[in-house]
Design a protein around this ligand. Sequence first.
Ligand SMILES: *[C@@H]1O[C@H](CO)[C@@H](O)[C@H](O)[C@H]1NC(C)=O
Ligand SMILES: *[C@@H]1O[C@H](CO)[C@@H](O)[C@H](O)[C@H]1NC(C)=O
Ligand SMILES: *[C@@H]1O[C@H](CO)[C@@H](O)[C@H](O)[C@H]1NC(C)=O
Length: 664
Amino acid sequence: MEIYLLAGITCLIAGTNGVDRDFPPIITKPIVSQTIYEQDGAEVILACEAHANPSAEYEWKWNGYKIADNEHIEEDSNSGELRIKSLTRREIGDFQCYAYNRIGGKIIKAASAIITVEVAFLNPWDNDPAQRISVKEGEPVKLTCDDAPSRNPPGQFKWYRGDEDGGEVIQDTRIAIDAEGSLHFAYALKADDLAGQEYKCAIFNRELNFIKLGSGKILDVTELSPLPDRKPNVVYYKETQKALVGYDVDIECVFSGNPLATISWKDKDQQEIPSSGRDRYEFIEESHRILRINKVVETDEGPYTCSGTNKVGSDDRSTFLNVTSRPIWVKALSTLTIVEKRTAPMMCKTRPSAREGPNSPPEWFENGEPISQVKVNSGKYVFEDNGQILNVTNLVKPDDITCYQCKVTNSEGSTFGSGCLDVIEPIEIIRHPEETQVIMKGDIIDLTFIAESDPAWTLQYKWYFNDEEYQDRPPFVTYNETANTAYINTESLTDEEYGQILGVYTREIFHLHERKNISTTVQEKDKEEFVRGSSPFNWWNLLYILLALVILAIIAIIIYCCCCGKTDYNVDEKEKGLWNEPKQELKYYEFPDLPQAEINGVEPKRQPLQLTEDPVNFEDDESLNEYGDGEDIGKFNEDGSFIGVYMDQGKTEPPPAYQTQSKV
Ligand SMILES: *[C@@H]1O[C@H](CO)[C@@H](O)[C@H](O)[C@H]1NC(C)=O
Ligand SMILES: *[C@@H]1O[C@H](CO)[C@@H](O)[C@H](O)[C@H]1NC(C)=O
Ligand SMILES: *[C@@H]1O[C@H](CO)[C@@H](O)[C@H](O)[C@H]1NC(C)=O
């Protein structure tokens, strides 16, 4: 009932949330940057979608430019779809969608995440003659994958015996393929000798579902019995492994040795990683030569150590994991709804990952175009925090409804943000009771608060009485649904009830984007009779001022009397003139009536001297120091009286009035 009643008027104006309200585009697709690989000749379709009212139209940018009349790329401004008819290297690059609509006669554009389109390819190998490698049984073997062809993306290394039909070399605890494609045998066996047939390196391209073989190697193994024991050696590792925040990374150590080395790992804190893994640490194959760290975080940076041990000996290495990232969002640019006349802080706050170089300051755009310098110069746009905050001041609807984009770059790449600014009308109180209602028993207390707001947002209300929240309404409040009013009729209250209704009634009026409090204070008449119309607060202030004036007057009289009585020191024109030639004049004045505190112990603050018509001039101590250019000297006489002197150093204007105020 409450909401119905007091929001009734507003509801009529407001309609329902969101419906028929103009708002800038909010892109729903694509929202994550990604790279897609497609085959040469493939048809590529990129979709773009946004919520907007009026509904959005779309345009794409390709490597930052509009795609004008391109016979190979089509875009549909209504559906948002972009179509590359037949992908070649000519059409690769960064594609970004802009969704736009018109609000207040102006085009407003929001930008999507960037999709990078690449052609997947895998060139053939050169047919170099196979290399021959000869070892004795028990020796370690490394077959390198040489002259790998150019390709995109990098693909996956595999090895085959003979050709594709000869069968893939399956990795196990003795046989490993490292990240650079080399095939390792921890120790060779006669069975690894293919009797003149080649081992062939292969690259598998998942996007093309294509595999190509090359780099043949012939392995000759001389039989030896028994196999000699060999201590483990690290035959593959990297000194530094780079990792991107949020992605998985593999750290790899390949060991030779017979018997096979038992591999163990220590993390960057020198803690042993259990063989079953721990937290985000995981071993992805049986021998544990690869340590996988899932979803890398910045604190994962540091050295990771692998050790391989067998009965003959051991070996170890450390790989430094360098965790990097493109600029990381601290506060991403996002859509804001702000009430008129206020300032909208559009935030584009990023940081580099730990121990990395700084990010560039953000580049800002409005509706896809560089930000207007005119608005910066006029103070409409105010940058803060190294350009990471764009403050849009003194908001006006609909002129300031618009979209912004920002781009921040570092050594690893760039991060792009997009967010729109929606400006709404403030909550306006169209009816409220007087600030103070002074009542007598029998009066009616008016508690009718009515507000309206931007049509888009339905208002909600809350009651507080003397800072206590009331779900429905404070005690004794009546609603009149016909008249749309709220009141307390004190006539019908008992004396006890009447005693409970005095105080502050507050109505909190709010919606998602704004909150306002408005109050009325109810006081009883007889107690406030003599200050009717002014609040007790004002009355007390008045009292204080009067009191202060009286005290001042008394002090002035006392001091005046003392001065006259003792020194009767009057200033004449000659003395005033002394200060016009300060360099020549060094004059002592006696001030016999200093307050006790200055005489006893505490050396008075250095104070410039001047004789004025006014015997007393109260100022605070701080203001004295403003005149501190001159050198002041002061000392006490034997009888305790103070001698002060002002020695001006080249200052032409006379020093200010002398102070007699006590510092205690
Ligand atoms: C990590 O790599 C980045 C970029 O390659 C480099 O700038 C940075 O100095 C490296 N950090 C460390 C700690 O080696
Ligand atoms: C309104 O007043 C209540 C009670 O004093 C308080 O809890 C609330 O935070 C206030 N709201 C605003 C917007 O000031
Ligand atoms: C409500 O207000 C209407 C119009 O002012 C008035 O006629 C009616 O008597 C009121 N109802 C009550 C219950 O006070």
